[in-house]
Structure formats: C-alpha cells, structure tokens
Ligand binder design. Structure first.
Ligand code: URA
Length: 264
C-alpha cells in the first residue's frame, strides 16, 4: 500500500507550485489529483473489480444541517472577540474556507469608535491574513488618514477597527453567493455587537447587501442607516474609487460626515 503524503512533502509541493506561478485556487474546492489518478489506474488495471464502498461519513451530511442556524448558534456562543474568531475559524459549513490560504478576521483597534465592514479578502489579504492590505486597502488608509484616523491610532476616537462580510477569499474574487453571505452574516452581526463601535461604515455593495439586505451603493452612500442597533454609513468601496476616481468627491463628503459625527 502507498504511504500517505507527509505534511511537509505536501507543503513543499505546494510551495513549488507557487514558485511556478500557480498562486490562485481556481476551483471552489480542492481536488485531490493523487486520488483521481489512483482511481484512474485502478479502473484501467481492474475494470471488473467491484468498487470498494466508501465508509459512511463520521458527521451528518451537510444537507441535514441548516448552515445559517448553525452559524447563529456558533456566533451566540462567542462572548468575546477571541472566542468569535475561534468559532468562525472552526465553522465547517462554508466551502470558501477550502480554497482560501488564510482566515482573515480583522485588523486595527478593537476598541475603536468606528468599525469598517468591507466585502471579502482579495489576493493580498489572503496572502497576509489581514483585511484591506492591497491597493484598495492602501487607498482606504489614505482616505481615513485625511481625516486624522488610522487603524492603530492610540486614541479610540481616531482609530479604526476593520473586518469583512466574509473571512475567506472567494475564488478569483468572485462575488459571494447569497448562501455564503447568509451563513456568515450571524458572525458579522455578532462581531459588531462584541466590538460595540459607536458607528459602522459599510464599504461597498456587498457590505450593504449583507448588513442592510439592499444593494445600490450610489443611492445608499452618505445616507444614515442602522445596523445591529448602531448608526451605519454606506460608502463607496475604495476598489471602486480606484476605478472611478471622479467619485472620490462623494467619498470625501462621506468622510467629512463621519468626522463631524465623531466630533459631536
Ligand atoms: N476589499 C474588501 O472589501 N476587503 C478586503 O479585505 C480587501 C479588499
């Protein structure tokens, strides 16, 4: 019988593939090519041999579980941010986790008065395990710097706490499906409850869709909403502003609205 691939061999193979330029998962879930080719060999060499019956799965099949109800239970069990991080990291019902390199929970100052909820990690965030660290994240930092705020500012009134609707990068940065958003929403809502910011900023359409159940950021931006019992302001996503620099004027107006709100 073939010996199983050791962890370090598998890691070395993966790193070799990354060096060759294979830096993205292109399927929703990983495919075990060793299993596929072993099955092909078995089929060629013993076409009439009976197929070995797969052992019954140790856990109940996914179809029997309501992932949204499971997420609600897991989120409710968390009584602080570290516990929430652990519950989310251990949540096995969202297949995005299998294609992502990192679990991306949050960055910045948990005690900040302002909490930003973005969409989902992109390539850079998946590599570094932190939200908003790519080009859009750099623009986000510059935007808030312009009103005297930053992720790690020592004053809670000027610091930022940042998370996303999804903690795992969707393959090829596709939009999250409604099912993926619905099952991760109880965690984001609990995240807001536990961080207890004075104000929430929803960055872009996906964030508004998740937290408000509405899209249409052009109409929504700059209008005060309520999320988990807190005032919340939708804003254009910095990735959109990189593509549409003329929209920075409205983003600046929204930043000034936030600054005025925080100084009252
Ligand atoms: N865009 C987001 O919405 N979140 C990130 O973390 C990065 C890019």
């Amino acid at each position: 019988m073939e010996s199983p691939l050791e962890y370090h061999d598998a890691l070395a193979l993966l790193e070799w593939q990354v060096e060759l330029g294979a830096d993205e998962a292109i399927a929703e879930a990983p495919v075990d090519r060793f299993l596929v080719s072993a099955e092909a060999v078995a089929t060629q060499t013993a076409p009439t041999a009976p197929r070995v019956q797969q052992a019954a799965p140790a856990v109940a099949p996914k179809a029997d579980l309501d992932p949204v109800a499971e997420a609600r239970k897991a989120a409710a069990r968390a009584h602080d941010l570290e516990a929430l991080r652990a519950e989310m990291e251990g949540f096995g019902h969202c297949d995005l986790r299998h294609g992502a390199r990192s679990f991306v929970f949050s960055d910045g100052t948990p005690a900040a008065r302002l909490m930003i909820v973005g969409e989902a990690p992109g390539r850079d965030e998946d590599m570094q395990g932190k939200p908003f660290v790519g080009r859009a994240g750099q623009l986000l930092d510059r935007m808030f710097d312009a009103i005297g705020m930053g992720r790690d500012h020592p004053d809670a009134a000027q610091s930022l706490y940042i998370t996303n609707i999804l903690p795992w990068r969707p393959p090829q940065n596709r939009d999250p499906s409604p099912a993926e958003m619905a099952m991760m929403l109880p965690f984001v809502q609990r995240h807001i409850e536990l961080a207890a910011p004075d104000v929430v900023v929803m960055m872009g359409n996906i964030s508004c869709q998740g937290l408000l159940g509405q899209r249409g950021i052009t109409r929504l931006r700059g209008t005060w909403q309520e999320v988990v019992g807190r005032p919340a302001l939708p804003m254009f996503h910095p990735a959109y502003l990189l593509r549409q620099p003329a929209k920075k004027r409205e983003a600046w107006a929204d930043l000034l609205t936030l600054k005025a709100w925080l100084s009252t």
